[in-house]
Design a protein around this ligand. Structure first.
Ligand code: CP
Ligand code: NVA
Length: 310
């Protein structure tokens, strides 16, 4: 196994260079082929991953646990409610102690600062399994899935419609580093964070990619190779639900909007989906959908991430 990434944290796609992301994709391809042909890849025998969850999860929890099992290691599910964090032990102390037992920590948190603090406090690699700022394992999986479907990444146009949220941030940061043209269709008050836009413009200058932000979803999607959406109400934003549903209604990914993209465009969604809100049944279940391949690839890409970092 390539040792270039050993011991590193993965808190956002700002942490990985283009070649490092390509190394993750090459490793994923190898591990996925091995998995499909019944070969055993016990690269993490005897190693343990702790998985801290402040929020609910289906894909992240199950795919990380299965990934560790398939790699010959072990995963521990640690609900934040059941740890001494609940009674006020600091994240720093928790990280310091867990680092003495574990070979790696994956954490799903509300505030991004919590994964930053975990990484600062622990000597083992920390992987962000989603924070309010970003979702890097999802982003790597999304680009790997595009690569499988389209055979390349640089030069493709990926349109994201909806909320400029954590998932949008991963797509923007990773996409502009990998040479894609990223187009957002998002209401003015829900644009991505300025820091992300700033970084993306720097990355795009080096890679030949680009970032454009429109208010009009049709403009964003026109001629795109990939059309992506995510929930309008992320975990932690439940109080804003009513207002958000009103603002985002024109941004629904339906067959009519998808028809504005290239004729062989693929549709993507990180899931969980709210069918009939941000995306319709006809798109999720339709012939252009890559959504369940995307969900499967969380397993293969995270096996690569774990094998490279731990
Ligand atoms: N896409 C994703 O992270 O799914 P879960 O919330 O189910 O983990
Ligand atoms: N943006 C969503 C992604 C869920 C995987 C959220 O943060 O809830």
């Amino acid at each position: 196994m390539n040792r270039d990434l050993k011991g590193r944290d993965l808190l956002s796609l700002m942490d990985l260079g283009r070649q490092e992301m390509e190394l993750v994709f090459d490793t994923t391809r190898m591990l996925k082929t091995a998995c499909k042909t019944g070969q055993i890849s016990h690269l993490l025998e005897g190693k343990t991953l702790g998985m801290i969850f402040q929020k609910t999860s289906t894909r992240t929890r199950v795919s990380f646990e299965v990934a560790m099992t398939q790699l010959g290691g072990h995963a521990l599910f640690l609900s934040a409610n059941d740890l001494q964090l609940k009674i006020g032990e600091t994240i720093g102390d928790t990280a310091h102690v867990l680092g003495r037992y574990l070979d790696g920590i994956m954490a799903r948190v509300y505030a991004h600062q919590d994964v930053v603090d975990l990484a600062a406090g622990s000597e083992v690699p920390v992987i962000n399994g989603l924070s309010d700022f970003t979702h890097p394992c999802q982003g790597l999986t999304d680009f790997y899935t595009v690569l499988e479907h389209k055979g390349k990444l640089a030069g493709l146009t990926l349109a994201y419609v909806g909320d400029g949220n954590n998932v949008a941030h991963s797509l923007i940061l990773g996409g502009t580093k990998l040479g894609l043209h990223i187009r957002l269709g998002t209401p003015s008050h829900f644009r991505p964070a300025e820091l992300v836009v700033l970084r993306a413009n720097e990355y795009a200058r080096d890679s030949g990619g680009s970032l454009e932000i429109f208010n009009d979803p049709q403009q964003a999607v026109s001629g795109a190779d990939v059309v992506y959406t995510d929930t309008w109400v992320s975990m932690g934003q439940e109080k804003e639900k009513e207002e958000r549903l009103k603002v985002f209604t024109p941004y629904q990914l339906n067959q009519q909007l998808l028809a504005q993209a290239s004729h062989n465009a693929i549709a993507m969604h990180c899931l969980p989906a709210h069918r009939g809100l941000e995306i319709t049944d006809e798109v999720i279940d339709g012939p252009q959908s890559a959504i369940f391949d995307q969900a499967e690839n969380r397993l293969h890409v995270q096996k690569a991430i774990l094998a490279l970092l731990l």
